[in-house]
Write a protein that binds this ligand. Structure first.
Ligand SMILES: NC(=O)c1ccc[n+]([C@@H]2O[C@H](COP(=O)([O-])OP(=O)(O)OC[C@H]3O[C@@H](n4cnc5c(N)ncnc54)[C@H](O)[C@@H]3O)[C@@H](O)[C@H]2O)c1
Length: 361
């Protein structure tokens, strides 16, 4: 356990703001530096949190701010470059999802972490909800019997991000699948303790974004690459090494309940089915457990306690504690690579029109 708190920085002050709040809440870290190319944004949050270290260039930040750990909340295509620069400067990294836009980039990030003996972690914040954690404990307890299928989805009615560079393949590597799919694929695999995905058959479509339909949260000041050249939805079927299967459906846009934005993970076993269904980021009524008692079907409606940090704040508090204590982190770069490999294979399968094997499976 290190005597002093970790010196922490955040790059990219969109979702990076949630990382900053996590460091502020952490007893193991001190937020000392912020970086954003948008200096108005940078100065606004640095003033709000009273942070002296303000940088518009992250290389300068790594040279000057003497950081122990940095969070990277940049557009996807910059994750690899910024993470490798941080690792080379001797700084541990908590990178936003997806870890990278290609598996080659993700492998280069892992190689840099090994070479410089630093931790590379990925921000899978939905693992850090009380309901996700409860569901994992239920599965680990064996109450579901033999798990044979996992159905994961994230579906938005009007949810094509109207800010940032999400519609640009060059900046983001893909669309709805890489943005939302990566979260629910990770949740499904994390709940099952990471069986390997051996094959995938995927299909993607882009039916709303190219026509500027069903765009969400576009503000007059938001900068948006007008060319929309990514998927706005897709489906996939995966075979897992433990004999189970996983299905995926992701949409940024569809005709359904107005304003619906819901992710769902359904784990089916021989003795029970557990469902996590989070609507519009709310904590209420998110869990169901279906089983059988003495031959009669039984529905359990769990009510878990959401006190304490959740999501990004809980993730940062946990990862900062493990970094300071020198214990293995709970969300690793190796797990980040798995998500990137699956998405890459999904896009390959969609382009080829048939199922593909995943390397090393
Ligand atoms: N874990 C989650 O639930 C979650 C939620 C939202 C976004 N994300 C991820 O976070 C990342 C950023 O998404 P966002 O919604 O915050 O985007 P955003 O566009 O709102 O914010 C990105 C910020 O990075 C800054 N920036 C861009 N290039 C820069 C550079 N070279 N140097 C310094 N600053 C630079 C921009 O000025 C902007 O403030 C993406 O990878 C996205 O997938 C994750």
């Amino acid at each position: 356990m290190s005597e002093r708190k970790l010196r922490a920085g955040v790059i990219g002050l969109g979702v990076g703001r949630a990382h900053a709040k996590g460091y502020i809440a952490s007893p193991d870290a001190e937020l000392v530096a912020l970086c954003d190319a948008n200096t108005e944004r940078l100065n606004q949050y640095a003033a709000e949190w009273n942070i002296d270290g303000r940088y518009s260039d992250y290389h300068t930040m790594f040279r000057e701010a003497q950081l122990d750990v940095v969070s990277i909340g940049l557009p996807n295509a910059l994750h690899a470059e910024a993470s490798i620069a941080a690792l080379e400067a001797g700084v541990h990294v908590i990178c936003e999802k997806p870890m990278a836009t290609t598996s080659a980039e993700a492998r280069a990030m892992l190689a840099a972490a090994r070479q410089h003996n630093r931790q590379l972690m990925v921000c899978y914040n939905y693992r850090y909800r009380s309901d996700s954690q409860w569901m994992r404990r239920v599965i680990q307890s064996g109450r579901l019997g033999q798990v044979h299928h996992v159905a994961v989805s994230w579906r938005r009615e009007t949810g094509i991000p109207g800010w940032g560079l999400f519609g640009s393949k060059a900046a983001s590597g893909g669309g709805a699948l890489i943005d939302l799919g990566v979260h629910v694929i990770d949740l499904g695999l994390w709940l099952l303790e990471f069986p390997r995905v051996q094959t995938i058959s995927g299909h993607v479509r882009s039916l709303f974004g190219p026509y500027s339909r069903k765009t969400w949260g576009k503000s007059p000041s938001s900068v948006r690459d007008d060319a929309f050249d990514v998927d706005d939805g897709g489906v996939a079927f995966m075979r897992l090494s433990n004999g189970a299967t996983m299905s995926l459906q992701v949409t940024w846009a569809e005709h359904s309940q107005p304003h619906e934005d819901a992710f769902r993970v359904e784990v089916q076993g021989t003795d029970g089915t557990a469902i996590l269904h989070v609507r519009n980021y709310k904590n209420e009524d998110t869990l169901r457990f279906y089983t059988e008692i003495e031959g009669a079907p039984v529905t359990v409606i769990p009510s878990v306690n959401f006190d304490g940090h959740q999501g990004h704040a809980a993730l940062i508090v946990d990862l900062a504690a493990s970094l300071r204590a020198g214990t293995p982190p709970a969300a690793t770069g190796e797990q980040g690579l798995i998500g990137v490999e699956i998405l890459e294979a999904l896009y390959q399968s969609a382009a080829a029109g048939h199922e593909v094997r995943i390397d090393g499976a």
